[in-house]
Write a protein that binds this ligand. Structure first.
Ligand SMILES: [Fe+2]
Length: 111
């Protein structure tokens, strides 16, 4: 994907789409980072490993969008530092927990 043969309007739209997609992947990585940390701290190693696997998948997506941003000379969102903290906070925050388990991890539990 490159900017060849597209007009300025299309370029802006492509830049915006890449920037938003990149931010989404970045946020997902940070949420899983937070959840994994909490699970590890709670000694829930199996669930932490599963969340870690999901984090790896999101990291792969993020790496792909890092490359696409670079190839297309698109800057990441200026909100990246906020996104970093907000994503991680969401991952470790009480609202993401029910019965002391992250919402994603609950799906992984076999009762
Ligand atoms: Fe993703």
């Amino acid at each position: 994907m490159t900017h060849q043969n597209i007009n300025l309007s299309q370029r802006k739209r492509l830049d915006d789409m890449l920037r938003v997609d990149h931010a989404g992947e970045y946020g997902a990585v940070r949420i899983y980072d937070g959840q994994k940390l909490v699970l590890e701290a709670a000694g829930l190693t199996e669930a932490a490993a599963r969340v870690g696997h999901m984090a790896e998948q999101e990291q792969h997506h993020l790496t792909t969008f890092d490359r696409l941003l670079s190839e297309n000379a698109v800057r990441p969102t200026v909100l990246s530092p906020l996104w970093n903290a907000a994503g991680f906070s969401l991952g470790v925050s009480p609202p993401s927990w029910e019965k002391k388990r992250p919402w994603h991890a609950r799906k992984l539990w076999k009762k």
